[in-house]
Design a protein around this ligand. Structure first.
Ligand code: ADP
Length: 648
């Protein structure tokens, strides 16, 4: 074993000397050597020196400590492991106190672990150590070894050196990739020269391992925090978006904001007309804070940080409110020592703020603002969705009541029409009866002018009868509760056409009917369909000047049967075509109009055809004529109307 050590020592020494010679040779060739290369050599020298020291100088204690430092990285509780390791330094060295210091981003030193030879692990506050030495190590990243600090010109006269009567001090940096993250510090106030250069070398080796372990633990912790935060944000976003109830959304936002940025007080403000108003709050003690926060109204222009958020749309972090010139202090609320807030934004508009306050200075840092900003984005979206939904519901409610009012009016109108047409039917029938008596001369011979008057009255009464009948028909057919029966459509069409032969002749027109030989059955009301086709024929005759022709064609189109009534009459202009099916619409509705009629005919046709599951369309050319096409579903063999569905 001894021999093996000696052999190992010899090899390490040889390697050390040869590497040094190599560097010397290089520097002779060229005095400039890349820093990285030089550093690599220095690392190698330290390693070799460590091997030499470890084997020749300190024996078991250091060997054990350095052998075990590999455990640091696998340990679950790093601080505890480091503590044990550091306590063992008292056995190896002559230290009275030792501590591990970490530096934060601003360079402030924080004692993480403190031990004393007499008392073992102690509270950081109980430790008396030299800040000057630690700061020096941090600044320069180099080992400090002083055999008597009282006489060392670098440190003598400093408060802690004098006050604590420190003599021997050994302090080595904790370094990660050239960054000093902390220091290991040992002292002895009784003895001069308690620490040797080999102690410094070995403590440096320990510090290197400790630094890596601490950094790994920090990275791991940062990653864990990041992951937890992403999860918290995800959950918070899901919760705030889980409802469309505005009040509930606000409750949820308040509940979740704490998960995103842990603080002491939270509130939500909504912004309207330049005034920020608190609508939710949490964490405020009973009095007087409660009274302050309830319905607090803050004009944005009077508060620089609110104004800034409105302007930039970005979050703000105030680490120390009382030391901040832009912070507007409020009497009695000096406990708000730190503040972070993010605007609630919808597109480019700020509609409110999420505010979090803390009772400790420096409680919030830039990442808190960033997290709050992300959460505020979700919160604002949820608020906007809820607002839109509320608006939509209000509109829908208004629409529903308008519709039901209109439906009621429509019902009243139909009822009224029904009553009127019913009441008209009897007197019109009586008038018609007396007219027949007059026309037949049963009440005595009429003079020619009397006969002419009776003819005019008779024509007008017929129009009135038709009007009453059509109004009644439309009302009945709309209820869809009429009798339906199967019948052969061709037979009905034939009968109607026959009836109109005299009228066609009187008008000086020709009339033709085309039908396929095989009969086609439909199901429906012959009474209503008859009336519909009569209207189409009457219109064709009425709007076609003498010499023209009227044609009726019946044809089968798969599961549909088509009836076309065409004429060579005056035609209908394109812009009128959509309107002619409206009730009481006439292309020429003037008092001096040439053609009779009430404008109800096509409305009847449309209602009847649609009530039978059919369609009605028109093609027309002004001055050339019109074609009205009715399509009805065919009755199939099973006795049902075919599969065809009505399309328009
Ligand atoms: P009306 O009792 O006036 O005939 P309709 O509802 O039957 O009422 O027709 C509405 C309007 O459509 C008519 O006033 C007329 O202007 C136009 N119209 C209907 N059929 C024809 C046709 N075959 N040729 C030209 N115009 C027509």
């Amino acid at each position: 074993m001894e021999d093996a050590n000696k052999a190992g020592n010899g090899a390490a020494l040889a390697a050390l000397l040869s590497d040094m010679e190599e560097v010397e040779r290089r520097l002779k060739q060229s005095p400039i050597m890349p820093v990285e290369e030089l550093r690599a050599h220095i690392r190698e020298w330290r390693r070799l020196a460590l091997t030499l020291t470890r084997q020749s100088l300190q024996g078991a204690g250091w060997q054990l400590l350095l052998g075990n430092i590999g455990l640091l990285n696998s340990s679950l509780d790093l601080k505890e492991t480091l503590q044990i390791a550091m306590n063992s330094l008292f056995e190896i060295t002559q230290a009275e106190h030792c501590c591990l210091v970490l530096f934060d981003e601003e360079g402030n030193a924080e004692v993480e672990i403190a031990c004393s030879r007499d008392r073992g692990s102690i509270e950081a506050s109980e430790l008396e150590f030299s800040h000057t030495v630690v700061q020096d190590v941090m600044r320069r990243g180099q080992v400090v070894l002083t055999t008597n600090a009282q006489l060392d010109p670098r440190f003598s006269g400093h408060d802690s050196i004098v006050g604590y009567q420190l003599r021997s001090i050994l302090c080595v940096p904790l370094q990660v990739r050239d960054r000093v993250i902390g220091a290991l510090y040992l002292d002895n106030r009784m003895r001069n020269g308690a620490f040797s250069p080999s102690d410094a070398l070995l403590l440096g080796a320990f510090a290197d391992q400790a630094a890596i372990a601490i950094e790994n633990a920090r990275l791991f912790e940062a990653e864990r925090k990041q992951r937890e935060l992403a999860e918290a944000l995800g959950k918070a976003a899901a919760v705030v978006n889980s409802t469309l109830d505005l009040e509930q959304v606000l409750d949820n936002i308040l509940e979740q904001v704490e998960r995103v940025v842990p603080g002491n007080n939270f509130n939500i403000m909504l912004l309207e007309d330049g005034i920020a108003r608190t609508v939710r709050w949490r964490g405020y003690r009973e009095q007087p804070e409660q009274a302050h926060i309830v319905n607090l109204r803050m004009p944005v222009t009077e508060f620089p940080y609110l104004q800034e958020m409105v302007k930039t749309g970005k979050p703000v972090v105030v680490p120390h409110t009382l030391a901040d010139p832009l912070w507007i202090p409020a009497e009695g609320r000096e406990w708000r020592l730190s503040y972070v807030a993010a605007p609630l934004r919808i597109a480019d508009r700020v509609v409110g703020f999420l505010n979090v306050t803390g009772t400790t200075p420096g409680q919030f840092k830039a990442p808190d603002g960033e997290r709050l900003e992300v959460f505020a984005h979700y919160a604002a979206t949820a608020l906007e969705n809820a607002r839109l939904y509320q608006e939509l519901r209000r509109h829908a409610g208004e629409l529903a009541s308008t519709v039901s009012r209109l439906q009621e009016l429509d019902r009243l109108k139909n009822e009224f029409l029904q009553t009127v047409s019913h009441e008209l039917r009897t007197p019109v029938a009586v008038i018609q009866g007396y007219l027949s008596l007059l026309e037949s001369s049963d009440l005595g011979e009429l003079r020619p002018e009397q006969r002419e008057a009776v003819t005019i009255i008779s024509r007008r009464v017929r129009a009135l009868t038709n009007l009453v009948r059509d109004v009644t028909l439309i009302l009945e057919i709309q209820s869809r509760s009429f009798q339906r029966e199967p019948f052969v459509l061709g037979e009905l069409i034939q009968a109607i056409v026959n009836e109109y032969v005299p009228a066609v002749e009187r008008a000086g027109l020709t009339l033709s009917l085309e039908m396929p030989p095989s009969p086609t059955a439909v199901v429906g009301s012959t009474y209503y369909l008859r009336r519909a086709f009569e209207h189409l024929l009457e219109n064709a005759i009425k709007f076609t000047p003498a010499g023209g022709s009227v044609r009726v064609r019946l044809s089968r189109q798969g599961e549909w049967v088509r009836v076309q009534v065409s004429d060579t009459g005056i035609g209908i202009a394109p812009e009128q075509r959509a309107r002619i099916f409206e009730r009481f619409y006439q292309v020429d509705g003037s008092a001096t109009r040439q053609y009779g009629g009430m404008g109800l005919g096509l409305a009847v046709v449309k209602e009847v055809v649609e009530a039978h599951g059919g369609t009605l369309s028109v093609e027309s050319e002004v001055g050339k004529g019109s074609i009205f096409t009715v399509s009805l579903p065919v009755l199939n063999e099973g006795g049902n109307p075919g599969r065809a569905t009505a399309t328009s």
